[in-house]
Structures are given as structure tokens and as C-alpha cells.
Design a protein around this ligand. Sequence first.
Ligand code: ADP
Length: 189
Amino acid sequence: MSGERYETTIGKTRLVLLQGDITTQEVEAIVNAANRELTPGGGVSGAIHRAGGPEVTKAAAAIRREKGPLATGEAVITPGGNLPAKWVIHTVGPVWHGGDKGEPELLAKAYRSCLELAVARGIKTIAFPSISTGVYGYPVEKAAPVALRAIREFLEKHPGGLSEVRMVLFSQGDFAAYLRAWEGLAEAN
Ligand code: ADP
């Protein structure tokens, strides 16, 4: 059921694709596919808030009060509370409206914003879920190449900034889609 894993390197950074649960990852920061209100909600966000506990939820609520709703593609950071990860980086992916409403650009921006925030904070290891491909309806086979290209481009521009970027895919099907997308990107080069 779980345990699928693929690993490669981009410059000095390890890129790992694995099937698993993001809330148990032992990395410095995990990314939350948040909603604009930064409330727990369901899906991966609900799981992260449950596992992280009130410290995560209260910090997210304080940011919401101070800054208003988070714009799609932007990212903010809170402590990780009871999670193994020290930090949670919350970003809002685009809702899928058919693909011609700027969804790929916004999805790439969400990954980039998280990576920029991580590097700015000196975070070396980060794990992402498959942003937007649950309730937000982005087809996973379309999201995977956008996500991986955004990560690869960032790492090529910021060599040495991060030691590991992990994509944590919840289902075997999502893992397979990301692996296929990675192989497709590698072939296109
Ligand atoms: P969005 O609203 O951005 O679509 P969702 O939480 O609905 O976010 O789904 C994003 C992805 O996260 C989906 O592929 C879902 O299967 C996955 N997911 C749900 N729970 C977890 C978890 N504990 N760890 C990793 N991924 C998860």
C-alpha cells in the first residue's frame, strides 16, 4: 500500500517522490494546501491542523486576522506545533476551472512561494503534498508536471539553498502520476 519511493538529484538538492502521509514526515517544514481563510478545513489541511494541534491553528488564525485572506499562490509560515516538522508553510493553490483561467501559472507560483519562503528562513528540507488536486479539482496528471517543473526551475536558480525537496503523494495513483510526469520532464530535456 505505501512505501513507493523515487529519488534523484537536481544540483546539490535531493528530490524525493514518495507515497505517504505528510503529517509524519521528518523534515524542517511541511507545506499545507490551505484555503484562503487559513482554517483547518478537510483534506490534507484538516490532517495537518489535527496533527499539529492548536499551536498551528491559532498561529494561522492570527495571520488571517492580521493580513486578511491569503491570495492564491502566496505562502505564509507558522510553527509546526506537535508535528515532527518544525514549521508549516501554508499556501493556497488554484481551484480548477478548466485550465484556461491561469491555473498552471498560479499552481507554479504556489510551489515557488513556498520554496522562496523556506530559503528565506534558512530551511533546508521541505515536503509538499499534491497542491490543488483534492477538493480544488486540479487533475493530478496535469498538476504533476507543473509542480515538478516549478520545483526544478527553482532549484536550478537557487543551487545550494535546499538539501531536500520531498513530494509526498497520498495515493499510489498520485505517486504514479508524479513519477510519470518526472520521467516526461527528464525526457523533454
Ligand atoms: P486542495 O484543496 O488543494 O485540492 P486537498 O487537501 O483537498 O487540497 O487535496 C490535496 C491532496 O492532498 C490530495 O491529493 C489528497 O489526496 C492529499 N492528501 C490528503 N491527506 C493527505 C496527507 N495526510 N498527506 C499527504 N497528502 C494528503
